[in-house]
Design a binder for this molecule. Structure first.
Ligand SMILES: C[S@@+](CC[C@H](N)C(=O)[O-])C[C@H]1O[C@@H](n2cnc3c(N)ncnc32)[C@H](O)[C@@H]1O
Length: 301
């Protein structure tokens, strides 16, 4: 996608030079274009360096007797569908068109990270990637052979795949709060990197689609110095950790980077409970406020 857009900009610039009636690119755009061109030119060199770095790291780990994790051969023989964990998490790629090329690239990297972690997890989640257009599919194929990944790919929108009653769209803008995991639901993560440009986009889409939505209970259990919007891979990791029977406190504190300035609120029941591993129907607190401002949040199934 990024290379395509570069070509587009290139053509735009060339045609502007040939045809003075078309608006030429600004200095800023040209600078960005040049930076991008340089980045692309040095791409293979950077890849080779990274490969060597990885090789040396593995060599060092072998020599020092460190655990290298499961071998490639073993990983190949493990299938997601055979996992003991049946929790469904779906990445919604239908928002790809609203992203700038670098944002899309970051989104893809985060999805890649989720997949790598899931593949190595003792009990992987049941992952889905849905709602991608032909252009997005092409862009993803160019970036890697991701369509060979052992997860469920489906270009259809999640509302055409799952029963609407089972869908919970995760978004920090929802007034509802998720309390514990419900294995009968499918949790949708917006595959979106927007640097806070598009507040409410997922919440509004979920409302329009008539599906359930909820935010993580971050304000119930934690103090944050920054915004409580997490990245795609952080949300995935929290779900993986909850599915492994860890508490919200453990799952969030082990996932969210220190720079977010997250601290556990003292004496809040639930944060330290291991209730997340239970299959609980009453999983969403509707219209919940922070416990400090409203003690009477209704628990509703
Ligand atoms: C970078 S966020 C995208 C923010 C976007 N502006 C939105 O409307 O949600 C990527 C995705 O992570 C999930 N997410 C991030 N923080 C969350 C939170 N506090 N509660 C629930 N889901 C969250 C959502 O699924 C969101 O779509």
């Amino acid at each position: 996608m990024s290379e395509e857009s570069d070509v587009k900009l290139d053509l735009q610039n060339e045609s502007a030079t040939e045809n003075p009636s078309e608006k030429p690119l600004s200095k800023n755009q040209l600078k960005k274009l040049e930076k991008r061109r340089m980045w692309l030119e040095t791409k293979s060199e950077r890849k080779a360096k990274e490969k060597l770095k990885r090789k040396l790291k593995i060599q060092h780990a072998r020599e020092t007797g460190q655990d290298l994790g499961p071998s490639r051969k073993l990983l190949k023989s493990l299938k997601m569908t055979e996992s003991t964990c049946k929790l469904k998490v779906c990445f919604d790629l239908s928002l790809a068109d609203v992203m700038m090329p670098p944002e899309f690239s970051k989104t893809f990297k985060q999805l890649h990270r989720c997949y790598s972690i899931n593949r190595r997890a003792p009990a992987p989640l049941q992952l889905y990637i849905t709602g991608y257009s032909d252009a997005t599919k092409q862009a993803m194929s160019k970036m890697s052979g991701c369509f060979n990944w052992d997860l469920n790919f489906n270009p259809q929108h999640h509302t055409d795949i799952f029963d609407k009653d089972t869908i919970i769209y995760l978004t920090s803008d929802s007034p509802n709060v998720i309390e514990s995991l419900d294995y009968d639901k499918v949790y949708i993560i917006g595959a979106l990197v927007d640097h806070n440009r598009l507040k409410n986009i997922c919440y509004e889409n979920a409302q329009q689609d008539g599906v359930g939505h909820a935010r993580l209970p971050l304000d119930l259990y934690f103090k944050f110095k920054t915004r409580k919007v997490l990245t795609i891979d952080q949300v995935y990791l929290i779900f993986l950790r909850l599915s492994e029977g860890r508490s919200w406190a453990e799952a969030v504190m082990d996932t969210v980077p220190k720079r977010k300035g997250v601290e556990l609120l003292e004496q809040v029941d639930g944060a330290l409970d291991n209730s997340s591993s239970d299959v609980i129907a009453d999983c969403v607190i509707e219209n919940a406020a922070s416990p400090k401002s409203d003690e009477s949040a209704i628990i509703d199934a």
